[in-house]
Design a protein around this ligand. Structure first.
Ligand SMILES: [Zn+2]
Length: 462
């Protein structure tokens, strides 16, 4: 048994049911779980390790609900810098088709390192390309080594260009291969228990890259094993048009028809959803990964986040792939979510409204999306807040820094408004991933060197 005492935080943000923010707060952690939360004076005084966080703000670890780690290798690719989704994808498919298993490993560590340095402790990734013998196992191994909690989505593409899909035939697989590998991964890695470090998700890529049969079969397999389902949905107007022409339905209608709207499903994006579809999400318990930076980067549109939240839909945040963001800064994404919700309010008349009860999305609401919202989307009740019995996943930032200068009247809101560049500590299950602003489970310098070498190779033969 190992214990960790965290004490003297200037402010400890629990995100519990009462949203307690405890001045002089701390945590007592045993074997990766929180045993006590409260004022430092009420906590045990001894532990195997003591972390004094005087002058720091402590928050629950952030949860990333949508990403494509491998895309950290193709950030800011010149030919894809200024394209919309379909053109951007067509630019990248041939580059991604050259990836090797070690590229998946390296890019996973880079993405997780960047996430950890921005306060993230749990990440979902959506890997849907398996070129040259690469497997989901490559990213699971990388995540285990770095020590982050991981929901690895076994993505897939089965609808190639010759069948009317978007991706070239060279990057799609057969339904049989995909389902067999999905089953193997669930049996080998999926841990549904509290404190789980690895979960498997089945995630056919999108309506325009996957056959209807594979969507249906994936759902049957996922439900047989009790794992979650995930896909991209209602991201762009192009996709909506594709679904109307190919399936005779809007994207959500298509999902409903094939049994993909339920409480074990979450969709990335949901930009183009109407009120009726939002209500359907709420009634069924279907979740949404909101990816504001990606939606802006690719000019996809603005998701109706306030409407989704008001209807009671589970909403979390996702940085999305690093090639459409082009970063993995989750705290930054929380800020973007708040700002983009405000842009939408502006478009719908907030700036000339006389209604004083009408409020913009607050920093704390955005923080809620990044913590409790993400946990709900990933179907987890053991993360997302700092409460007794939950996983000891948290991050801390020193308040006496340039990031907070002039904002100490409300450090909690400032953590979203000022978007601190780097956190000082990130802890997952009681173990340090970041300590004093340095990654402790991976050598950052060597990782960057290997990563840049791999990225250069991928683009060199273009
Ligand atoms: Zn995505």
């Amino acid at each position: 048994m190992t214990t960790l005492l965290v004490r003297n935080a200037k402010i400890l943000v629990t995100m519990d049911g009462h949203r307690r923010e405890i001045e002089g707060g701390g945590l007592f952690i045993r074997d990766g779980f929180i045993e006590h939360v409260g004022f430092t004076s009420d906590l045990p005084t001894r532990a195997d390790e003591v972390l004094d966080l005087k002058g720091h703000i402590v928050l629950p670890g952030l949860i990333n609900t949508h990403h494509h780690f491998y895309q950290t290798l193709t950030r800011a690719v010149p030919a894809g810098q200024d394209a919309n989704l379909f053109n951007w994808l067509n630019t990248h498919y041939p580059i991604w088709a050259r990836m090797l298993p070690e590229d998946i490993y390296i890019s996973t560590q880079t993405a997780l390192a960047e996430l950890a340095l921005s306060g993230c402790t749990t990440a979902s990734d959506h890997l849907y390309l398996f070129p040259n013998g690469s497997k989901l196992d490559d990213e699971i191994a990388a995540a285990i080594e770095i020590g982050m909690r991981m929901h690895a989505s076994r993505g897939s593409m089965s609808l190639g260009e010759s069948q009317g899909g978007l991706p070239p035939d060279s990057v799609v697989d057969t339904e049989e291969q995909i389902l067999k590998d999905s089953q193997r991964l669930i049996e080998q890695y999926h841990d549904p228990n509290p404190g789980s470090m690895t979960q498997i998700v089945l995630a056919p890529c999108s309506p325009f890259s996957v056959t209807t049969e594979l969507m249906k079969q994936s759902a049957i397999l996922a439900r047989e094993y009790g794992v979650q389902l995930h896909t991209h949905l209602a991201e762009t107007e192009d996709e909506e048009q594709f679904c109307l022409e190919m399936f005779g339905h809007r994207p959500v209608g298509y999902m409903q028809e094939i049994g993909w709207v339920d409480d074990d499903v979450w969709f990335a994006h949901s930009v183009y959803v109407n009120q009726e579809e939002i209500n359907l999400y709420a009634q069924t318990g279907c979740g949404v990964a909101h990816c504001p930076s990606s939606n802006m980067r690719l000019a996809s549109g603005i998701a109706p986040i306030k409407e989704l939240i008001a209807a009671g839909v589970k909403v979390g945040l996702g940085v999305d792939g690093s090639a459409s963001n082009d970063g993995s800064h989750l705290l930054g994404e929380a800020r973007q979510a708040m700002l983009l919700a405000r842009v939408k309010e502006g478009i719908t008349g907030f700036s000339k409204s006389n209604d004083r009860t009408r409020k913009l999305m607050t920093a704390r609401e955005s923080l809620n999306l990044a913590t409790r919202g993400g946990a709900a989307v990933l179907g987890r009740s053991d993360i997302g807040s700092l409460e007794v019995g939950k996983c000891a996943d948290f991050f801390a930032i020193r308040l006496n820094s340039i990031d907070y200068a002039g904002a100490l009247h409300d450090p909690v809101a400032a953590t979203i408004f000022t978007q601190p560049v780097k956190v000082d500590y990130t802890v997952v299950g009681g173990k340090f991933i970041v300590k004093e602003r340095q990654l402790v489970t991976v050598d950052e310098g060597k990782l960057i060197e290997k990563h840049n070498k791999a990225a250069k190779r991928l683009l060199s033969t273009l």
